[in-house]
Design a binder for this molecule. Structure first.
Ligand code: BES
Ligand code: MN
Ligand code: ZN
Length: 532
């Protein structure tokens, strides 16, 4: 613990030194903040694999039922003590349940964590949920200042899943916290079982990259908007892709976008002194046309001239969650060398009021020539995406396109925080996404794209308007708007994640705060779906 204190204090003084260093010209224009990329989160528990659980570690036992699994880590006496505790606490091993035991043998603690899913109405109903069991256990043991060993999954796949759940569950965004007294423990955790070396190999080649990519996405979502703006998003994502093979990155600045007639994204960003950007990352791991992923990247959404009320406005720092998710998914696929082709685009702008901000009533022309009447400057996500989806379809000829955006408050009111909203014209792409959702544990619920709701976005003076004055369902109207810019022949799905990008309370795989929603889902979708 003292070691951790010193390093976090040192980190903070390095941070202060940088804050007060002479500002660059760009910083003096945009206001100085804490440089985003100079401080990292404090040390998490490193993950190791071994056949034997270290003798002095706190033991976490993942349980599929009330029956204690056959593990080497317990002596016969310890085993019967744990069995007595299971019986007296009536512990059934249900997912999400935990039983913490102390004073048994010489271990600092023994925690039982449920992995069984008896409730078939639940979302993941196949096999034990090792991920959630490990994630919820590590969260309960956040400040347990000892090494841990985790046992229970009988095979390599289960062990790697448990490691993934643990790593996702232990995520925290604490780079700006200087109160070291409350720092969580950072001793390692050893996932133990007979297939340790196969589990380690799986982890190294795949699960670790997925976990790291989800963490990148969560870091981007969590980072405040005084440090995360379009160019710093580009810088941080570029740094994450540095050295990763088969990657090409293209950045469009505002002048370039203006030249290409991307009037919609330029209009959204023009109230902010921070320039808008379009970031395109291509990963070529296979053959054939790519799958296109387009993400809404509003680094802060004040609403613009149609300004939002202050209540909850701080959360609009995460209005770039879609952009962060497409970059996270692409990073995971690239780092694990998946045999697929991806083109990911992040449509980045800051939506601010200002003397040069666009007004309600303005008309803008988009990349493909179609025009939009702005009725609300707060319906800005669909605007930046209008240019992004047309650009990516035109330039990269994808075989399908999925966009992901924190688009409407409406979807959160309809679906809450357990499902992202899915919109698609065709069942095939919808079903692929529903399957990927089921397999990844990031759940979607399909909502309608009824043609009647398309009328809500017809404009009197332009092709479409960006917000309806009718009482059409908001999330469907938003989806129709984006669909207007996508050729009918293109398989397309729209994911509205405004209800799931941010957790108000912890879930086993997602602590309170940024969820990283979409990374696991899109990673899964892309692996299962390549061009014919
Ligand atoms: N970023 C918001 C949507 C949002 C709301 C995300 C709450 C997360 C939590 C989006 O840009 C927005 O303002 N949407 C408007 C659309 C309306 C003006 C047509 C909304 O939902 O009210
Ligand atoms: Mn908005
Ligand atoms: Zn927004």
């Amino acid at each position: 613990m003292p070691k951790l204190k010193i390093s976090r204090l040192a980190l903070f003084s390095a941070l202060s030194a940088l804050t007060f260093a002479a500002p660059t010209k760009a910083q003096s224009v945009i206001g100085s903040g804490v440089p985003a990329s100079t401080v990292s989160n404090s040390t998490e528990r490193p993950i190791a694999f071994a056949e034997q659980a270290p003798a002095t570690a706190g033991l976490v036992i993942l349980m599929q039922s009330a029956a204690l699994p056959d593990i080497l880590a317990l002596s016969p006496a310890e085993r019967s003590a744990v069995e007595a505790a299971i019986a007296s606490a009536n512990f059934k091993g249900k997912t999400g349940s935990n039983l913490e035991l102390r004073g048994i043998g010489s271990r600092p603690l023994i925690m039982l964590a449920g992995a069984s899913q008896p409730d078939k109405a639940g979302p993941d109903d196949e096999g034990p949920d090792w991920k959630s069991a490990a994630g919820s256990a590590v969260q309960k043991l956040m400040t347990q200042d000892t090494e841990l060993a985790l046992v229970g999954p009988p095979d390599a796949a289960g062990m790697a899943e448990a490691a993934l759940g643990l790593d996702l569950g232990q995520y925290r965004f604490d780079r700006y916290q200087t109160d070291v007294e409350t720092a969580p423990a950072s001793q390692k955790v050893t996932i133990s079982g007979p297939q340790a070396s196969a589990a380690q190999a799986l982890w190294n080649s795949r699960h670790k990259h997925l976990a790291d990519s989800v963490k990148l996405t969560r870091d981007l979502q969590s980072e405040p908007a005084n440090t995360l703006y379009p160019q710093s998003f580009v810088d941080r994502v570029s740094a994450a892709f540095k050295g990763v093979p088969n990657i090409r990155i293209e950045i469009l600045n505002e002048a370039e976008m203006r030249k290409m007639n991307m009037g919609a994204i330029v209009g959204v960003g023009q109230g902010s002194p921070r320039g808008s950007r379009m970031m395109v990352v291509r990963y070529t791991g296979g053959s054939g046309a790519p799958l296109a992923l387009a993400g809404k990247g509003i680094t802060f959404d004040t609403g613009g001239i149609s300004i939002k009320p202050n209540k909850g406005m701080w959360a609009m720092k995460a209005d770039m969650s879609g952009a962060a998710a497409v970059m996270g998914a692409t990073l995971s696929l690239a780092k694990s060398r998946a045999p697929v082709n991806i083109v990911a685009v992040a449509a980045l702008a800051e939506n601010m009021p200002g003397a040069n901000a666009q007004r309600p009533g303005d008309v803008v022309r988009t990349y493909g020539g179609k025009t939009i009447e702005i009725l609300s400057t707060d319906a800005e996500g669909r605007l930046v995406l209008a240019d992004a989806v047309q650009y990516v379809a035109d330039r990269y000829k994808p075989f399908a396109l999925v966009d992901i955006a924190t688009l409407t408050g409406s979807v959160g009111r309809a679906l809450g925080d357990q499902y992202g909203g899915l919109f698609a014209r065709e069942d095939e792409i919808a079903n692929r996404l529903l399957k990927a959702a089921e397999d990844s544990g990031e759940h979607l619920w399909r909502l309608p794209l009824h043609p009647a709701y398309a009328k809500a976005v017809r404009s009197d003076i332009a092709d479409v308007k960006n917000s309806g004055v009718t009482d059409a369902p908001g999330a469907s109207a938003g989806a129709h708007f984006i669909g207007y810019f996508i050729d009918e022949s293109m398989p397309w799905a729209h994911l509205d994640i405004a209800g799931v990008d941010w957790n108000n309370s912890a879930k086993p795989l997602t602590p309170k705060g940024a969820s990283g929603f979409g990374v696991r889902l899109l990673d899964r979708l892309a692996r299962d779906w390549t061009a014919e």
